[in-house]
Ligand binder design. Structure first.
Ligand code: FA5
Length: 341
């Protein structure tokens, strides 16, 4: 019996020398120190031995087990240190290598311009009101004082869909009717930003999709002086300068009187240059006093209420601010263009 214990111990220790990783080590442990290992079985069989042999065999088994435990622990530590050294040697980080730059996202130039416009109008007490891009003929034209067959409709080349009376809005002005019908007879001060669509010939200044920011103020005793003062204050904040503005007569069916606002060319300061086509002025928006018919369609009594409205193109404003020559760059998805902002 004692020989058997001795042999098991010798075999186990010999085998341990060849154990090269943690997985094999655990298998070794189960085999020699586990519950059904040979030494364990001998211990369990002690009760069948005669009383003279029992303490001798018991002591021998315990000593063998203790020796194996000890050998296991030191082998385990050796393996751990070897693995650590291995990883230090082969997985070393070279902290002197230059870092890899993380590509940084940014806002689209149209979004940047829109946010700047929102912030300026917010300070003047104008809320953002969003309305739908798919519109009815009624809202896009009819309620804005342009009945069917009205020649003014020719100003907007429209995308119609197969369902009669449904179209992609050509401007943000139909939002005026939505907001008036929702708020009447309360006073209104809102801007209405969003995408518009026109079936246009693509040129350096015209896209088939573009943003507009509409503005609408309705209340009692609002005059053309309010329109001029408010839009001039906007232009000065937008262009960071005490720019001069001028209003030229224009025609829109939904405003009366109507105008277009120009700002003094910031490149030549009014002298005349290529950007302003040698006029000294740059057009930035259309505007006017809300037409009585439009007020009535929105639910306001034009005898009591008046208002002004305007519509501007943020991409055209960004073109002026950043000297961009072609509006098609905005939606062309060319990273070389977008990364400049
Ligand atoms: C209108 O759309 C009027 N609804 C504006 C208005 C609102 C007038 C309220 C009075 C009261 P217009 O067609 O001029 O007007 O367009 C307004 C602005 O949208 C233009 O000044 C321009 O900046 C922009 N815009 C128009 N068409 C295009 C286009 N194809 N591509 C890019 N921007 C455009």
């Amino acid at each position: 019996m004692l020989d058997r214990i001795h042999t098991v111990k010798e075999i186990a220790l010999k085998e341990l020398e060849g154990v090269a990783d943690q997985e094999l080590l655990q298998a070794w442990r189960v085999k020699y120190l586990g519950r059904s290992a040979e030494l364990g079985e001998i211990l369990q069989g002690l009760k069948d031995l005669d009383s003279g042999q029992r303490p001798l065999v018991g002591r021998e088994v315990n000593q063998a087990k203790a020796a194996l435990e000890k050998a296991y622990e030191s082998h385990e530590a050796e393996l751990r240190i070897a693995a650590l050294e291995q990883s230090l040697r082969y997985e070393r980080l070279d902290v002197t290598l230059p870092g890899r730059p993380l590509p940084q996202g940014r806002l689209h130039p149209a979004t940047q311009t829109l946010r700047r416009i929102y912030a300026i109008w917010a300070k003047m007490g104008f809320q953002v009101y969003r309305s739908r891009e798919v519109e009815t003929d009624e809202y896009n034209f009819e309620l804005l004082n342009m009945p069917a067959h009205h020649p003014a409709r020719d100003m907007w080349d429209t995308f119609h869909v197969t369902e009669p009376g449904i179209l992609l809005r050509t401007h943000t002005s139909p939002g005026q009717i939505h907001v008036m019908r929702e708020r009447a007879p309360e006073p209104i001060r809102v801007i209405l930003p969003g995408m518009c669509y026109r079936y246009e010939q693509l040129t350096a200044r015209s896209e088939i999709q573009f943003n507009q920011v509409e503005g609408l103020a309705v209340g009692r005793r609002i005059t053309f002086a309010d329109l001029k003062g408010t839009l001039t204050a906007f232009a000065r904040r937008m262009f960071d300068r005490h720019v001069r503005t001028r209003f030229r007569a224009q025609h829109f069916p939904f405003t009366e009187p109507s105008a277009e606002m120009d700002i003094e060319c910031f490149l030549c300061l009014g002298e005349g240059c290529g950007v302003c086509k040698y006029t000294g002025w740059l057009e930035i928006l259309g505007c006017g006093m809300v037409h009585p018919t439009v007020l009535r369609n929105g639910g306001y009594d034009p005898e009591v209420f008046s208002g002004f409205a305007f519509g501007m193109g943020p991409e055209r404003i960004a073109m002026l601010r950043y000297n961009i020559e072609d509006i098609r760059l905005f939606w062309g998805n060319d990273m070389r263009f977008l990364e400049q902002f």
